[in-house]
Design a protein around this ligand. Structure first.
Ligand SMILES: Cc1cc2nc3c(=O)[nH]c(=O)nc-3n(C[C@H](O)[C@H](O)[C@H](O)COP(=O)(O)OP(=O)(O)OC[C@H]3O[C@@H](n4cnc5c(N)ncnc54)[C@H](O)[C@@H]3O)c2cc1C
Length: 465
């Protein structure tokens, strides 16, 4: 099979070694096999088109690979696929300081893009803990959220244009990059969040923003989750410009401090929940005032305002490091859900009861982008129970959690997508009619079902049809 590609790709662009292949095909979920026939690394869109066209003509299954930081097993393969990694397509093409846009290839690492845009005095606001490894193409394909969604929206809200390479190798140019364009259906939107099932994203044009001038980071200590939405409400009522509103339970806060001994809690006392809040506010007295008021009315127990950039970075690290810190405590089963912000309190109460009654032997880590109603629920096998027992318990708990989410009209996947991990749960969020329409859309773009097959939902068509 290597011969199909070796005429135009050099040895560094064709990976055959099984250890390297399994590193490339794995994401951060660990329950799945990560195999492939080959991994290919195109250096430009022409090579990508040639690879896709050869795969199409030979009915080879294709899995687009970004930074492999995904959390839904959307890049894993069974061994029959060709993995196509975008690592070498990593050029920033143009930064437009008048239009406030940036155009880049899909393999650019998010942090590198943030940096390049910042050097030109602008902000690319998409931000989350995987920024040092995840790619723009992966962020778009998962419609990633992150900590700044409250102010700037999801990735979808930041994408102005896309260049797509379809399964048969043809280019679909949707990279028109206009803010206003009501000329019929916006096909570009279909590729955002499609998890590589419709085609390859090869180029992206993104929206930038002015830099935040008066960034203030406040860390709150709270005794009970019921006060958390109330704090958000109080800040909003005072018209603060809120960029991020993140919450972590004591389990998460303690895990970070344990895993990073160089960090210290900003507080002397212990709290059940902590909130990291980022504001764009010139008047720091106004923030101190609101903190005092919230303390007097017992809504918060304590608050610290970062006094300089170094302190702000340390406070942010307390939140950003949660996921990695929890993984150090044992095998993790992660859920990423959302419910309406106004229902968070009741939902979390029901969730805690469920775990207290049925799963108390596991550690429960709850944290997330509370301002968007988004909770990450990590079940941790901290006692090192047998993997099989843990897996079965997690599967059972998933369905109980999803039923609860359905009751609260929430989503089983707020940010991370469906992949393989949530495939069987899609029906909790999408009707049969919707899923059937999605299958039809996939068939339109990918008639041979070659693009990341078996992810999100199953399409009943043999690749040889
Ligand atoms: C520590 C940590 C924190 C995280 N925090 C957040 C968070 O706050 N918010 C959030 O939304 N997510 C978060 N994530 C998960 C998030 O989905 C991924 O990190 C990221 O968006 C995926 O980008 P990636 O480049 O790693 O893609 P990959 O994992 O490589 O791929 C993800 C999917 O995109 C597809 N894909 C990748 N590149 C392309 C392309 N060029 N064209 C077509 N399809 C492609 C793949 O086939 C796959 O289906 C976090 C992950 C980690 C490990």
């Amino acid at each position: 099979m290597k011969n199909l590609f070796s005429g135009f790709l050099d040895a560094t662009q064709i990976l055959e070694d099984s250890t390297l292949i399994s590193q490339y095909m794995a994401d951060r979920t660990k329950h799945y096999k990560s195999l492939a026939k080959l991994v290919l690394l195109p250096q430009n869109v022409d090579e990508l088109c040639r690879i896709a066209s050869i795969c199409y003509n030979n009915s080879l299954l294709m899995i687009p690979l970004g930074g492999r930081t995904g959390l839904s097993a959307a890049t894993v393969g069974t061994g029959d696929e060709v993995g196509i990694a975008m690592d070498k397509m990593n050029k920033i093409i143009e930064i437009d300081e008048i239009g406030y846009t940036v155009e880049c290839e899909a393999g650019v690492i998010l942090e590198n893009l943030q940096q390049a845009v910042s050097e030109r005095g602008m902000l690319f606001p998409l931000d989350y803990a995987a920024k040092g490894s995840c790619q723009i193409g992966g962020s778009v394909s998962t419609n990633a959220g992150g900590i700044n969604v409250l102010k700037y929206g999801m990735t979808r809200d930041l994408v102005l244009g896309l260049e797509i390479v379809l399964a048969d190798g043809k280019i679909l140019n949707l990279n028109h990059a206009l803010i206003k364009d009501n000329s019929a259906y916006k096909l570009m939107q279909l590729f955002i969040g499609a998890e590589g099932t419709l085609g390859f994203i090869s180029k992206v044009t993104l929206k930038c923003y002015p830099q935040v001038k008066n960034r203030q980071i406040v860390y709150f200590g709270v005794k009970n989750f019921e006060f958390v939405p109330q704090i958000l409400q109080e800040l909003r009522q005072r018209s603060f410009d809120i960029i991020a509103f993140e919450c972590l339970s004591k389990v998460c806060h303690d895990a970070v401090l344990e895993s990073m001994p160089q960090l210290r809690s900003p507080f002397q006392s212990i709290h059940h929940y902590y909130i990291l809040c980022e504001l764009d506010e010139k008047n720091s007295d106004a923030i101190s005032e609101v903190c005092s008021e919230l303390m007097e009315s017992d809504i918060i127990q304590d608050a610290v305002i970062a006094q300089n950039d170094k302190e702000a970075t340390l406070f942010k690290l307390l939140r950003e490091a949660v996921s990695d810190a929890l993984y150090l405590k044992g095998e993790v089963h992660a859920n990423d859900i959302s419910v309406p912000v106004s229902s968070l309190k009741l939902f979390l109460n029901d969730l805690n009861n469920l775990f207290r009654n049925s799963y108390s032997k596991y550690l429960l880590g709850v944290f997330g982008h509370i301002g968007d109603g988004n909770l990450h629920i990590y079940i941790i096998n901290s006692n090192n129970e047998s993997g099989e027992i843990f897996k079965n318990a997690c599967l059972k708990s998933d369905h109980e959690i999803f039923a609860l989410i359905e009751q609260y009209r929430g989503s089983i996947s707020a940010e991370h997508g469906i992949g393989l991990l949530k495939k069987s749960a899609l029906r909790y969020r999408r009707s049969e009619t919707e899923i059937e329409l999605m299958r039809n859309i996939k068939q339109l773009f990918d008639p041979k079902n070659l693009m990341n097959p078996g992810k999100i939902f199953t399409v009943e068509i043999s690749p040889n049809d």
